[in-house]
Design a protein around this ligand. Structure first.
Ligand code: ADP
Ligand code: MG
Length: 224
């Protein structure tokens, strides 16, 4: 298993009330698999992805990366582990508008100081972004294009896992299909593990396994 979680609990306090969002979640993904986490809005998909992506800490339970138990208190090691192994694609692209397309893709390399311009260009072409866009500011792109740039950015450090939170919810159906084919293509070429959250059945069907998150409980189904 490349990424697993056992008995994850997470709740949020607001005022006097406390909402239990994840109630004893168990999750496993094998290297090179593509899995979907389905659930309605507010079911806790983002909360779970943030924990699986080592961006947030569970209240209790453990996360394992390549069999290694994650120590959430060691923030420095956590950041290193994340930067070296996990690529994120968020729902709202989270590109920096003022930077060029190429600079956005290079951002994660600034942390370790290995600036891979040629590789960034190669990835952009791979995700279907032509050279004429490389030096344009990212706000000039369409939603679908921004999401593809975000994928190129997520790939720049050759992560073992790509975690993507509702990547298709702000793009049209045609672009959503293209994006899913692209993720599948990348998964097949690089053996990248892909974890996708979605509220769409159609999107989930592109994946090998679908998990369902409802009322804090996660169940799964093999799609083969
Ligand atoms: P989804 O991504 O499936 O829409 P979320 O994980 O964003 O669901 O949210 C699940 C629940 O947790 C919601 O009720 C949301 O309001 C709550 N929640 C998420 N993040 C926070 C937070 N940082 N503080 C307080 N409540 C939160
Ligand atoms: Mg969400």
């Amino acid at each position: 298993m490349i990424l697993s979680a056992s008995n994850i609990k997470k709740s949020f306090k607001s005022g006097k009330s406390e909402t239990l969002v994840l109630n004893n979640i168990n999750f496993n993904v094998e290297e090179g698999q593509m899995v979907a986490i389905m659930g309605v809005s507010g079911s806790g998909k983002s909360t779970l992805l943030h924990i699986l992506g080592l961006l947030d800490e569970p209240d209790s339970g453990d996360v394992y990366f390549s069999g290694e138990k994650i120590n959430f208190t060691d923030k420095k090691n956590l950041a290193l582990l994340r930067n070296a192994n996990i690529g994120f694609v968020f729902q709202f692209y989270s590109l920096i508008n003022e930077l060029s397309v190429l600079e956005n893709v290079l951002l994660p390399t600034m942390i370790n100081g290995i600036i891979k311009i040629d590789y960034a260009k190669e990835l952009l072409l791979r995700v279907g972004i032509n050279q004429e866009f490389f030096n344009k500011r990212s706000y000039n792109l369409s939603g679908g294009e921004k999401q593809r740039v975000a994928i190129a950015r997520a790939l720049i450090n050759n992560p073992k896992v790509i975690i993507t939170d509702e990547p298709t919810s702000n793009i049209d159906e045609n672009n959503a299909k293209l994006l899913m084919s692209l993720l599948r293509d990348l998964q097949q070429s690089f053996n990248t593990t892909v974890v996708i959250s979605t509220h769409s059945n159609k999107i989930a069907r592109f994946c090998d396994t679908t998990y369902f998150l409802s009322e804090g409980v996660l169940t799964n189904e093999d799609n083969s």
